[in-house]
Design a binder for this molecule. Structure first.
Ligand SMILES: NC(=O)c1ccc[n+]([C@@H]2O[C@H](COP(=O)([O-])OP(=O)(O)OC[C@H]3O[C@@H](n4cnc5c(N)ncnc54)[C@H](OP(=O)(O)O)[C@@H]3O)[C@@H](O)[C@H]2O)c1
Length: 325
């Protein structure tokens, strides 16, 4: 099969399109013919081993352990391993392969069935591939860490990227009053996703106005953690999913201490692939409550270019890789 392979850490140029053996599904695994994949910042963190922690946390100390990137996939079941209960050949599925070593930048990938769910019937493979990691991150960040409630005033910083476009819609579905923060050219997008208020971060610093939020979900950008705390209402929660390394480090190191005083919770989240959450999202997508926003689409061979684009940090929704027709 064709796959985009990397045998050493580095910039997108280390990725090569190669012929490699097709995986064989083990017990509990499903072989998926990949129709589409989507990019996540996670892919280039693994590609570059940046942060260095990637090497220590199972990525491979000197060179990558798994040589095919690609977390989010949508495709058709080609074959099943022993003991697979939920899927059969020809089923259409989508899922997040990050906990199983990735492998989505290829014509086939073998994935434990617990990381897959039936593809939403109303979505194309490209639209379905946009969903898993970004939407599950938004859902888990708002619901599990953020304890979102109807009527909450919720601010999404970084509202126009992969995670943010889902976060705005999911927060609306929870019944929150949503403020989206993005740049000038993306304000219309945020409004079209249901945001009640939109702040242009190039013109206004939301941490310096008088509004206060019950929940701030930071998907991108940077503000010092003290500024986020200032922008929270009494009892408010700040959840950081992504953004600059400084932002992540501050939340990880100082968040627990800052949560001890002042009655506000400050913390970081790490999303976990979840079949249950994919099923929740499938329902929301089929009901039209959540719609994937697709920025661009690239063929498999142009993954290096696609990753360079994503790493610029200004995608409008998700970047898709069309693998098979
Ligand atoms: N914790 C987890 O488990 C988890 C899971 C998934 C992703 N993440 C992290 O979450 C972050 C976001 O992921 P993503 O897929 O949404 O990335 P993305 O698609 O690359 O995000 C791009 C968006 O970020 C916005 N942005 C850039 N600078 C900004 C700023 N200063 N203020 C507000 N928005 C800004 C851009 O909007 P403009 O063009 O308008 O600037 C663009 O729309 C990444 O750091 C990723 O590593 C974490």
């Amino acid at each position: 099969m064709k796959a985009v392979v990397y045998r050493k850490y580095g910039p997108p140029d280390v990725l090569k399109l190669e012929e490699v053996p097709r995986p064989v599904p083990n017990d509990g695994e499903v072989l998926v013919k990949v129709h589409a994949a989507s990019l996540n910042a996670y892919d280039w963190h693994l590609l570059r081993a940046d942060p260095f922690l990637v090497r220590l946390m199972g990525g491979g100390l000197l060179k990558p352990k798994s040589t095919i990137l690609g977390t989010d996939i949508a495709g058709r079941v080609e074959a099943i391993g022993g003991k697979v209960k939920q899927f059969q050949p020809a089923d259409e599925v989508f899922g997040d392969t990050s906990a199983a070593g990735n492998g989505g930048f290829a014509e086939y990938v073998s994935v434990p069935e617990r990381f897959l769910a039936p593809k939403p019937v109303n979505l194309s493979f490209e639209e379905a591939a946009a969903v898993p990691m970004a939407a599950v991150t938004a859902l888990q960040g708002l619901r599990d860490k953020g304890k979102i409630q109807p009527g909450h005033h919720v601010l999404i910083n970084g509202s126009s990227g992969g995670v943010g476009t889902f976060a705005v819609q999911i927060a609306k579905w929870f019944g929150a009053e949503v403020t989206a923060v993005c740049s000038t050219g993306k304000m219309d997008l945020a409004r079209s996703l249901g945001a009640d208020h939109v702040i242009d971060y190039t013109k206004e610093d939301f941490t310096r106005n008088s509004r206060r939020y019950d929940l701030i979900f930071a998907a991108n950008g940077y503000h010092p953690i003290a500024a986020y705390k200032r922008a929270l209402a009494p009892g408010g929660v700040y959840v950081v999913a992504g953004g600059s390394m400084a932002q992540m480090n501050q939340a990880m190191l100082m968040g627990p201490l800052m949560s001890l005083v002042g009655g506000k919770k400050m913390g970081i989240m790490v999303a976990k692939p979840s079949q249950k959450d994919l099923m929740i999202l499938k329902e929301l997508l089929e009901a039209g409550k959540v719609v994937p926003v697709i920025d661009r689409q690239y063929p498999l061979v142009e993954i290096p270019e696609a990753l360079r684009y994503l790493q610029e940090g200004h995608a409008r929704g998700k970047v898709i890789i069309a693998v098979a027709g």
